[in-house]
Design a protein around this ligand. Structure first.
Ligand SMILES: *[C@@H]1O[C@H](CO)[C@@H](O)[C@H](O)[C@H]1NC(C)=O
Ligand SMILES: *[C@@H]1O[C@H](CO)[C@@H](O)[C@H](O)[C@H]1NC(C)=O
Ligand SMILES: *[C@@H]1O[C@H](CO)[C@@H](O)[C@H](O)[C@H]1NC(C)=O
Ligand SMILES: *[C@@H]1O[C@H](CO)[C@@H](O)[C@H](O)[C@H]1NC(C)=O
Ligand SMILES: *[C@@H]1O[C@H](CO)[C@@H](O)[C@H](O)[C@H]1NC(C)=O
Ligand SMILES: *[C@@H]1O[C@H](CO)[C@@H](O)[C@H](O)[C@H]1NC(C)=O
Ligand SMILES: *[C@@H]1O[C@H](CO)[C@@H](O)[C@H](O)[C@H]1NC(C)=O
Ligand SMILES: *[C@@H]1O[C@H](CO)[C@@H](O)[C@H](O)[C@H]1NC(C)=O
Ligand SMILES: *[C@@H]1O[C@H](CO)[C@@H](O)[C@H](O)[C@H]1NC(C)=O
Ligand SMILES: *[C@@H]1O[C@H](CO)[C@@H](O)[C@H](O)[C@H]1NC(C)=O
Ligand SMILES: *[C@@H]1O[C@H](CO)[C@@H](O)[C@H](O)[C@H]1NC(C)=O
Length: 567
């Protein structure tokens, strides 16, 4: 199975502002996939209401979904993927775990495409033409779509000529923004959704959520330092670029470089262009932390296993005495791990987003504007770098991050005449809330390597009495847990999946009255020297629960971890 990654996009608007505004990292899966994954059928829900919450606008549209009913047996559940901000194909292929466990649960698999992404365009080619049309791109409308789809599938004589029993239980799955949706789906529609597995969902990375805006880049920095990078190199390369951009000799070095070739359309002419080069390299650094997976993966360009470790092999010289040229050379080699791992000889760095779009993710067209719209309306993420001791980037938070974000929204949606009346900074807080005191049956995972892991709840919010389980998984990047199990997965992720699947099993079994405990993950062990390949239907993957007598403190520690080296 071709593995695809969930990515995040920066939207930089103009080169000058690139230096002034916080880099906006969006949770996006931007690549347009032409190939429908081979293990699903495509279906269309016809007649979805554009507006679920008022009755003046009676427009409808067709919502795309994909399903796989191969493993379904009467009495089994529906595993439902709450599609997020991109074409659905990518989420189907990046969520192999759903296919892997479908058989043991007798589950039907359904993946729904989020409105305004991929082929699900409520107003066809006019969906993004004006704010009146675009205004229906909201998380609560999307969740209402999913609720309507599931309700219809349980209604006799429906448009699909296929009806699930009305008591069919539903587990929602999702990663990243899709994880936010899967958690919110359970919170808002508990009569439809029994429980949620939300991977790497930054549910509270917003005003009032208690998250420090700089945590994303603090974790990015940590992931590099922990992989052997010399922090000084990353922390100082940005000034080195600006220094070089400011002199004729420096510009000649950058424009005639041996490590990278700038696109002829985007040469370095002055410091503004230097900021573009900084943004371009920074994007590679941040993305590699998000997708620091234990086996090779392929997105726009192929990535090696553990790309951050590979990148750090170019940034591990010790000390603090480097020339500006040396700093740029080291970080540029690291950035090429992301942009050009295949070493395509004529690959060029197009560093100006306004010229080539975002090279890092290739997000073009309407899908690339969807997430910025969501961030400029309802899901206002408060994030920026501080530089200094917080992270290896530069101070960009200013005195009022919302003012900066607002200026950015004005710019991005200038041709739609966006004003601050079009957003509500506190919408998520009001719609879904930031505390879990009324929630239940949520599995929330975070990957320790993933910069987004700082945007979720801490493990201390775990509350088995209400089925709330929060796991921070060492050795995991952005929702690795949802991917197809692999021989090269660290034991931590395997153990997390084992526990999660047992929790879901309990949710689905009426006889399972006992509250499931969450046990500490084992000390991390990373398989080395073996071939990385899919592990298919391997549950329980050699994992088991501690056998020590109940109540003993050693219960939490005595974890049996077996057979990792024998796969
Ligand atoms: C459903 O998924 C399984 C596992 O990937 C695959 O073997 C099967 O062919 C799929 N069914 C359909 C109808 O595509
Ligand atoms: C799956 O279906 C089979 C056959 O109906 C049944 O024996 C089995 O118990 C079911 N499994 C679960 C987990 O319900
Ligand atoms: C979108 O296109 C379809 C197919 O051409 C058409 O039936 C539908 O009315 C269009 N929807 C809108 C809102 O224009
Ligand atoms: C607005 O501008 C963006 C490029 O910044 C473009 O992609 C989009 O199509 C434009 N929208 C309209 C309605 O003109
Ligand atoms: C619905 O499915 C049944 C059984 O598979 C079939 O006989 C019938 O023709 C189908 N009806 C429609 C409208 O497709
Ligand atoms: C993350 O932030 C903390 C607190 O400011 C700081 O002590 C730590 O060094 C930072 N980590 C990195 C890798 O910069
Ligand atoms: C950039 O230029 C300044 C002023 O000449 C110098 O102090 C500094 O070391 C240079 N390099 C970096 C990475 O700041
Ligand atoms: C490349 O370097 C040469 C000198 O080696 C210089 O004359 C030329 O201007 C440089 N090209 C650019 C685009 O800066
Ligand atoms: C940098 O050069 C570009 C192209 O010549 C120009 O448009 C821009 O205004 C310059 N920026 C500065 C700060 O000089
Ligand atoms: C940097 O990494 C490379 C490749 O892993 C290694 O050969 C080299 O010894 C490392 N250098 C330092 C100073 O750690
Ligand atoms: C790079 O080289 C390949 C093969 O020689 C060619 O097909 C491709 O068009 C080239 N790309 C560019 C941007 O020049």
């Amino acid at each position: 199975m071709k593995e695809l990654l969930i990515f995040l996009i920066f939207v930089l608007v103009s080169s000058l502002e690139g230096s002034k505004w916080p880099r906006r990292r969006s949770l996006i899966h931007p690549k347009t996939f032409d190939d429908i994954p081979p293990n699903v059928e495509v279906k269309w829900y016809k007649g979805m209401r554009v507006d679920h919450f008022a009755y003046g606008n009676t427009d409808t549209f067709n919502l795309r979904f994909m399903w796989n009913n191969t493993f379904y047996k009467a009495g089994g559940p529906i595993f439902f993927y709450t599609g997020n901000e991109g074409s659905l194909e990518g989420f189907v292929t990046a969520t192999g775990i759903m296919f892997d466990i479908a058989q043991q649960f007798n589950a039907s698999l359904i993946f729904a495409e989020h409105r305004y992404y991929g082929q699900t365009q409520p107003y066809n080619t006019s969906s993004y033409a004006n704010l009146k049309n675009l205004g229906y791109l909201t998380s609560e409308q999307a969740l209402a779509d999913y609720a309507e789809l599931l309700s219809t599938l349980k209604t006799p004589n429906n448009q699909f000529n296929y009806t699930f029993p009305s008591d069919t239980k539903v587990i929602s799955f999702g990663g990243s923004y899709g994880g936010m949706l899967s958690a919110w789906f359970r919170m808002k529609y508990p009569h439809i959704v029994t429980g949620a597995w939300a991977g790497s969902a930054p549910l509270i990375y917003m005003r009032g959520g208690g998250i420090e805006p700089g945590v994303f880049d603090n974790i990015t920095s940590r992931t590099y330092v922990d992989n052997g990078c010399n922090r000084f190199i990353l922390a100082n390369v940005w000034n080195a670029v600006l220094n070089l951009s400011a002199t004729a000799d420096g510009r000649a070095f950058l424009n005639n470089n041996t490590v990278f070739t700038l696109d002829p359309r985007t040469p370095i002419r002055n410091a503004t262009d230097g900021w573009n080069l900084n943004a371009f390299m920074r994007e590679a650094i941040e993305y590699m932390a998000m997708v620091d997976y234990p086996y090779p993966t392929s997105f726009l360009e192929p990535l090696p296993a553990w790309p951050v470790k590979v990148a750090c092999s170019f940034m591990n010289s010790t000390g603090t005495t480097f020339t500006d040229q040396q700093l740029v050379t080291m970080v540029a080699q690291a950035a090429n791990v992301y942009y050009n791992y295949n070493q395509v000889a004529n690959y060029t760095w197009c560093i100006d987003y306004s010229v080539c779009g975002d090279e890092g993710v290739g997000g073009l067209g309407n899908d690339a504007l969807g997430w910025p719209w969501q961030e400029c309306s309802e899901i206002v993420m408060a994030m920026c770098a501080h530089g200094g001791t917080n992270d290896v980037f530069w101070e960009e938070c200013g005195t009022d991050i919302y003012q900066l974000l607002q200026e950015q929204c004005v710019q991005i949606f200038a041709n739609l005449s966006w004003t601050s009346a079009n957003w509500d900074i506190d919408a998520v807080k009001k719609l879904y809330g930031f505390d879990l005191s009324a929630a239940s049956n949520l599995i929330l995972t975070q990957g320790h390597l993933d910069p987004w892991s700082g945007g979720g709840y801490s493990a201390s919010a775990t509350n088995p009495s209400r089925g709330i389980y929060i796991l921070e998984i060492p050795g995991s990047a952005h929702h690795l847990d949802l991917r197809q199990p692999n021989t090269c997965d660290p034991n931590t992720i395997t153990n997390a999946r084992f526990q999660i699947i047992n929790i879901i099993s309990c949710w689905l079994t009426s006889s399972c009255q006992n509250t499931m405990s969450l046990y500490s993950l084992p000390d991390i062990q990373i398989p080395t020297g073996i071939e990385c390949k899919d592990v298919v239907q391997g549950f329980p993957w050699g994992q088991s629960y501690p056998t020590t007598s109940a109540g003993s403190m050693s219960l939490m520690l005595a974890f049996v971890v077996a057979l990792f080296w024998n796969f």
